[in-house]
Design a protein around this ligand. Structure first.
Ligand code: NOJ
Length: 752
């Protein structure tokens, strides 16, 4: 439809119809027997708002149902305006990929884009128009359960991955066949709640927000994402969903976001609960005035916006602008011409979980796994598995769901478990299986949340599981131990004060360790966990995250060495939860620690190092790589010029492998104290044994820019150090000088 026609449509709509476009109702209003002709009052809501005026819904899927709902809704709507169907498609629709943190570990934006393409195809054919992804929130505190939904602790990596996802979902145009609109979330800074406590307030300076937290959302906006979701929390005391400066000035004006802004679920009325608005009427006015278009499920717009407009308390032009944005989105999706878009019941049978999609998921599992340890046992590396008798032991061998809490349409029955995958390679009798223990028990902090069984049940059960596991282990040369978190221990509303494995699992590990058998431990988890004990007793350790539908296949491909692991940590793994929040890009300090000496007054802890146990970017391969000192094309760089930095990478081992080369830069003196290093680029090279290649990065002025002390953004003249390595533990660097910074040389200023 032409834009002029949309204008005409808008002019012809009643205030109630307009408000309807900004009302998102949850799926229960439209399910079988739902009151499609009714109104919200009948469903227990206060106002007599007609359901058929609602502009969108979330949480429903399935071509047949959605087509019916769309048809009924449009027939009743005075202007026959189609609804938008939105859904949480976070890491796949029915074919579930590794959770986003795992995808981040691949350091492969191309792969991440392809996963989003598959998710878009499955969602679109099931009738979905918009997915609530990517989550571009920067995460540095593993206590927060939603770190699983992010691609990690580095804003550069997150930006690249967020862009890849948007491109994967939307393609060139979300209206194209088998494409959907993307909604980046949660604007802004949701990943930094104080003490990692879900939904809690975020206290970040404007500088920190701009420098670290906003860039990844910005990348998603630049990639053309159709929607943005405002976050639940308060930022420096102001709820994001009512913060006009954040939504209008930063998002719409500075970032030039032209699309639709939706609240998170109920966030508009939560402004009342926060004590920021006296009641939901004020909350509705605050939200629309802040620039928020759609009220997701709070029903504050449905209840109050019509009156607020009619009484002149809210300007009609605000309403019109918001409605126009929603209509334009519907138009870009082509819904005025074809309100069902790609919904197709027969197509669902063909597309969903097809071989091609499963293959992509399997590839993503292989590339998401991060090898943390692989020591020699009897003069040979513990992994890959050789011709040996293997016992697969642990709750994740087959008893647990490997999707995350955010695989809304995932079905555990589609999953290939470790046991399934092992039995495709070996026959019964060649490999052995045991559950080992329950995933959690009643002694695990917080586990009562998941279980109803009593202490006695767990004690008896685990006693017999342990005995069975010990018998099973005795038959084998190697135990592959499959441990981890319950899938509901990470995700929304799943903060944990202690990021440990449950004692029941560590007890299993300890018992098996006593036998002296070689132990390979796989950690299934949505967050970094404390792993010191696991490392101590295991000969090899893999992070496998929440791997999804093809978990068993992908993991087995890597364990047997058909594929050489290449994943790198997207989030540092701390020694101890007490180090949180933690990230590799620590600031320079006035008292750097050189090694803890008695009586030393330096920055840090007495009982743990400052560094994490495993730092961002770390991950081993089955082969070895040697990386040369970087070579720089010039020791001087001038404004608007770039210089080149290169390094040679050699595969010194005996198998083909892929290495991720990471470019880190430090601004050595600046108007604000800078981090010791920051990721500014990465690339992957595949090398045969003995092969050597050169990797080359351009250093541009943009890479040297930051939010300076005078409030401007740009680079400053001075010395910079640059490294190329295969983790954020950098090695040897080289120094160059930037002769003039952008926006003048404001390096030494007096600041109040
Ligand atoms: C709440 C979550 O914070 C958000 O990520 C999700 O998209 C919405 N609910 C919709 O389910």
């Amino acid at each position: 439809m032409l834009d002029e026609k949309l204008e005409e449509l808008l002019q012809d709509m009643s205030i109630e119809e307009k408000v309807g476009q900004l009302v998102q109702l949850d799926g229960s209003y439209f399910e079988e027997d739902a009151l499609i002709t009714g109104n919200m009052a009948k469903n227990g809501e206060g106002r007599n708002f007609p359901i058929f005026l609602a502009g969108s819904t979330l949480g429903l899927s399935g071509a047949k149902d959605l087509k019916k709902i769309q048809k009924d809704q449009m027939e009743r709507h005075p202007h026959h305006i189609p609804m938008l169907f939105m859904l949480d498609v976070i890491h796949g629709y029915r074919t579930v990929f590794p959770c986003p943190l795992g995808q981040g570990a691949s350091f492969q934006p191309k792969l991440v884009k392809e996963c989003a393409e598959v998710a878009a195809r499955e969602a679109a054919v099931s009738g979905i128009h918009v997915v609530f992804s990517p989550m571009a929130d920067l995460v540095r505190d593993a206590r927060w359960g939603r770190v699983m939904e992010s691609t990690g602790e580095d804003s550069y990596l997150n930006g690249i991955m967020a862009k890849a996802m948007v491109k994967g979902y939307q393609g060139k145009n979300p209206g194209d066949k088998m494409k959907v609109g993307a909604c980046v979330k949660h604007f802004a800074g949701y990943g930094a709640p104080v003490a990692g406590r879900e939904y809690y307030n975020v206290e970040l300076s404007e500088y920190t927000m701009r420098e670290y937290y906003l860039p990844a959302y910005k990348k998603a906006v630049e990639a053309g994402c159709e929607m943005v979701m405002s976050a639940f929390h308060t930022w420096n005391g102001i709820p994001c969903s009512g913060n006009r400066w954040l939504l209008e000035d930063i998002l719409r004006k500075e970032m030039n976001f032209k699309g639709v802004l939706i609240s998170d679920w109920g966030a508009v009325s939560e402004m009342t609960a926060h004590g920021f608005c006296e009641n939901n009427k004020v909350a509705a006015r605050t939200a629309i005035e802040a620039g928020l278009d759609i009220d997701m499920c709070a029903n504050a717009y449905a209840e109050y916006l019509v009156d607020l407009i009619k009484n002149g308390e809210v300007e009609i032009k605000l309403l019109d602008h918001a409605v126009m944005r929603v209509l334009r989105l519907k138009n870009r999706l082509g819904l005025f011409e074809n309100p069902y878009k790609d919904a197709d019941s027969e197509g669902e049978m063909r597309v969903i979980l097809c071989d091609e999609h499963r293959d992509k998921a399997r590839e993503a599992v292989r590339k998401s796994m991060v090898l943390l340890k692989n020591e020699e046992v009897h003069n040979e590396k513990a992994l890959p598995l050789k011709n040996e008798k293997i016992a697969f032991i642990g709750p994740y061998v087959k008893n647990e769901d490997m999707d995350s809490s955010w695989a809304v349409n995932g079905d555990p029955r589609d999953q290939i478990s470790i046991q399934d995958a092992a039995l495709e390679r070996w026959s019964e009798g060649e490999v052995f299986f045991a559950r080992g223990c329950t995933l959690l028990d009643n002694k695990t902090t917080g586990a009562k949340y998941f279980y109803e069984e009593n202490d006695e049940y767990f004690e008896t059960k685990n006693q017999s599981l342990l005995e069975e596991a010990m018998e099973t282990a005795k038959k084998a040369d190697t135990v592959v131990l499959c441990l981890g978190e319950h899938r509901l221990q990470s995700g929304e509303a799943s903060s944990r004060a202690q990021i440990k494995l449950p004692k029941i699992q560590l007890n299993l590990l300890n018992n098996i360790a006593w036998t002296g058998i070689k132990i390979i431990t796989l950690i299934f988890s949505g967050r970094p966990l404390e792993l010191e004990e696991v490392l101590k007793y295991s000969n090899a350790v893999f992070m496998v995250w929440m791997p999804g539908t093809e978990g068993g296949h992908g993991i087995m491909d890597v364990l047997v060495g058909d594929h050489n692991p290449s994943g790198k940590l997207p989030m540092s793994i701390p020694y101890n939860g007490g180090q949180l929040p933690i990230s590799y890009d620590q600031y320079s300090t006035g008292r750097p620690r050189m090694g803890l000496q008695k009586g030393e007054y330096t920055t840090g802890y007495l009982d743990v190092p400052n560094e994490p146990l495993f730092s961002f970017g770390y991950g081993l391969s089955y082969t070895d790589f040697e990386i040369s000192k970087p070579y720089i094309s010039s020791v001087y760089m001038r404004q608007n010029e770039s210089i080149k930095v290169s390094a040679k990478v050699k595969n010194t081992g005996d198998r083909q492998g892929t290495e991720t080369l990471q470019l880190y830069i430090q601004d050595m003196t600046a108007s604000r104290v800078r981090p010791l290093r920051q990721l500014k680029g990465f690339c992957q090279v595949e090398l045969k044994p003995g092969e050597e290649k050169e990797v080359l990065f351009d250093i541009t002025e943009e890479m040297l820019s930051f939010h300076r002390a005078d409030g401007t953004y740009g680079s400053e003249a001075g010395l910079f150090k640059v490294w190329i390595n295969n983790s954020s533990n950098v090695g040897e660097g080289v120094i160059f000088e930037l002769k003039e910074g952008k926006n003048g040389n404001v390096q030494r200023r007096e600041y109040a």
